[in-house]
Design a protein around this ligand. Sequence first.
Ligand code: NAP
Length: 263
Amino acid sequence: MAAAAAGSGSLSSLRLRLSSRLALVTGGGSGIGRAVCQRFAEEGSAVVVVDVDESSAEETLRSLPHGDQRHSVFVADVSCPQSVHSLVSAVQQFSRPPCVAVNCAGITMDGLLLKMEAEAFERVLKVNLMGTFLVIQAVARALIGSGAKRGSIVNLGSIVGKVGNVGQTNYTASKAGVVALTKSSAKELARFGIRCNAIVPGFIDTRMAAKVPPKVLDKVLQLVPMGRLGDASEVASVCAFLASDDSSYITGASVEVTGGLFM
Ligand code: NAP
């Protein structure tokens, strides 16, 4: 996407804002999570690529500068408390507590309200909302326990969490919850030097958006003032800003990355 490539900026002109950071990125095997891993590695961070699917996480690792010398892969299911606990303990033993965490793991299980099974509602809430809670809690506990004085947590919401969407009662509820969870976490964690912010993307060109029926996507694009889907790299660059000290006085915020959709 030519316009997107131009928007991702010239990295050579940027400082290595994330050097000496260890960043944990869930959902790192695909889409936005993979782009975040790549952007963070380019900005000097060591990256822990986390995904439920090992092979996709390994593929992300191979795409990073300095590959497995500097970065690592961990398999975890964010919806499972034991899995998240083991993940953060293992990362700590292997290295140190991550001072940056980005919660990109997410799923959709779409269906109309009148037809949706309770299991589909529960599963989406468990991965998208409880998974984000579990990672925030485990990383914050590890950081505070280690005496670290700063941290930055970034959570992925969605613009449909603000405006609703037909066929996504489960997903929209989970993403509205992520924004509220981010604000409450920001209030509780500020005194420990840990900032917590959300990114609220519109429609981004990844596997998740590819599941949206073409007819629906065409209609959405007509509503996007910028007239195109976003690129995962355009979300990753905002993540890098929120992870870095360039955003040192920002916490509890939700940054919309939507091309102007539903502003
Ligand atoms: P994606 O390409 O489907 O990536 C999501 C990743 O999360 C996948 O690698 C997936 O692994 C992983 N994952 C799923 N369940 C997991 C679990 N229980 N534990 C650990 N990892 C798990 O989607 P994306 O578009 O990059 O989305 C990233 C985030 O942005 C999501 O939270 C999404 O809701 C949000 N978002 C996306 C858009 C968009 O238009 N793309 C818009 C707004 C918000 P598997 O592939 O193995 O399931």
